[in-house]
Design a protein around this ligand. Structure first.
Ligand code: FMN
Length: 397
């Protein structure tokens, strides 16, 4: 077996050096108009990626998220039935750039109208959802149903492109079901209809969120069209994000659930690209992030809406910590945001100080009179229309 130093590429001109992230991490442009400086995108997540969440992730990651995408917003809501809720969902601050607002529906004129509203709101990109698997969305012809209605999808994209001067992009799944995988066909169709970028979640509608995302298909789609393709599905770490970028022809990588568990992930990717040691958040960092999220929500939401969202984030962020489930059960029972934060603060301070066992003894003692709830707070488990604050609100009646 050769000595390790023998394999140093610089000493062996016959061995090509394996590419470093600087060689393949590069920005791209959407529709010749919107520069995406870093090819890592915060995925749209209904009930999760509202403005406070997006800004919290962007701040935690030191401004390194390449593109922010809103939750999906009903074109019916935006154009007639629920303008107030829809506008709340489209809300963003001036520093959220570049921002893509995602819309869903199945009527070409209405989609064009909704896209104009989105453009007037200051978004840089409008994205059409063709991937939502929720029955109440597909029953009305939107979301993943559009993968089965290709003529309608082409008309929707064409009408939307004609209606606005900002780029129109599309997010799809691999197909409706295992026996009707048509992402390659749909990619060409939306490119011909004028879409400026395509995101592909490598699962079928029927898979919902089970199984594994098919990155070979993402790669094949990326090779088949000229517009940038962003791959989505199951990226859980900074290293994996880089690996997917290096081993496929995707122009960008989308990160969804991993950004709830680890809102620092985009900054960690940036560390790896820059050759710095990757940042590892301490307990104090976690506490500060949750406080930041709370404060950003307090500017925009009633007090009663805040604890649920903090719990959603806490449930993911405390995974893997010793006694994380004890923290979650106490946080779930808290009556107010202030009480919840007392628990969170105590926990993360103890974690940093190496006193978590002592914290757990005290926490158990305090709950002896009042047994902890069995039901731990969970993040959204049935995405897109199934749960999560607001995900039902904007659906047409
Ligand atoms: C809670 C939740 C809500 C989602 N909502 C949307 C949505 O509104 N629009 C959309 O295009 N995709 C939505 N998705 C799909 C994600 O954007 C992404 O494609 C998928 O979760 C796979 O990526 P991941 O493994 O990185 O999470 C949602 C996913 C989750 C988990």
């Amino acid at each position: 077996m050769p000595n390790a130093p023998d394999l140093v590429a610089s000493d062996r001109p016959d061995i090509a050096p394996s590419p470093g992230p600087q060689d393949y991490v590069r920005g791209f442009t959407v529709g010749g108009q919107v520069a995406i400086e870093r090819p890592f995108v915060l995925a749209p997540m209904s009930g999760v990626t509202d403005s406070p969440f997006r800004r919290t992730v962007q701040a935690a990651s030191g401004g390194t998220v390449g593109l922010l995408v809103t939750e999906f917003i009903s074109i019916e809501g935006l154009t007639r039935s629920n303008l107030k809720t829809a506008m709340r969902m489209a809300f963003h601050t001036a520093d959220e750039k570049p921002l893509s607002v995602q819309i869903f529906g199945a009527d070409a004129d209405r989609m064009a109208h909704a896209a104009r509203i989105v453009a007037d709101c200051g978004a840089q990109i409008v994205d059409i959802n063709c991937g939502c698997p929720a029955p109440k969305v597909v029953r009305r012809g939107g979301g993943a149903e559009l993968m089965r209605q290709c003529d309608l999808l082409a008309r929707l994209v064409e009408a939307t492109v004609r209606a606005v001067s900002i780029p129109v992009t599309v997010k799809i799944r691999s197909g409706w079901s295992a026996d009707s995988i048509n992402a390659l066909h749909v990619a060409k169709l939306v490119e011909d209809a004028g879409a400026a970028m395509l995101a592909v979640h490598g699962r079928t509608r029927m898979q919902m969120y089970t199984g594994e995302a098919d990155w070979d298909l993402v790669d094949a789609v990326a090779q088949s069209v000229k517009i940038p393709v962003v791959g989505s599905g199951d990226v859980t770490t900074a290293q994996e994000a880089l690996w997917r970028l290096r081993t496929t022809h995707a122009a960008g990588i989308m990160i969804g659930r991993a950004a709830i568990m680890n809102p620092w992930i985009f900054g960690q990717i940036d560390d790896l690209v820059a050759g710095r040691p990757m940042r590892h958040p301490t307990g104090a960092d976690r506490l500060a992030l949750l406080q930041d999220f709370r404060d950003r929500m307090a500017d925009r939401m009633p007090e009663h809406a805040i604890p649920g969202r903090v719990k959603q984030l806490l449930a993911r962020m405390s995974k893997g910590f010793a006694h994380g489930s004890l923290l979650r059960s106490h946080a779930l029972r808290a009556q107010t945001t202030a009480e919840m934060f007392e628990w969170i603060e105590g926990f993360f301070h103890a974690a940093d100080a190496g006193e978590i066992e002592h914290w757990a003894i005290e926490a158990r003692r305090s709950s002896e009179d009042q047994p902890a709830s069995q039901a731990l707070p969970q993040p959204p488990a049935t995405p897109q229309g199934g749960n999560g604050a607001g995900s039902d609100d904007f659906l047409p009646p």
